[in-house]
Write a protein of this length. Structure first.
Length: 79
């Protein structure tokens, strides 16, 4: 797999623990959502990618309401 940032083929697959915090004042007391993804780390530039596992992704979908968007338009979660 090539790095999307520098096109290097030197990467490592690692496991991680990520705590996702939900934005906004209304979520100050909302517990973090812990996910345990596999990371792909570029050993040249440090760029890192991961996928959120499906079970945790469903939890994010339930907690975050995103407006409908056109294809290729980036989503921004507002506070």
């Amino acid at each position: 797999m090539q790095c999307p940032s520098c096109q290097s083929s030197r990467n490592a697959k690692l496991t991680a623990e990520v705590a996702i915090h939900f934005p906004g004042m209304s979520n100050l007391n909302t517990p973090h959502l812990f996910v345990f993804p596999h990371l792909v780390v570029c050993l040249e530039c440090g760029s890192t990618t991961f996928r959120v596992p499906e079970g945790e992704l469903q939890s994010i979908r339930e907690r975050v309401s995103l407006p409908s968007r056109a294809p290729n338009e980036e989503s921004v979660v507002s506070e």
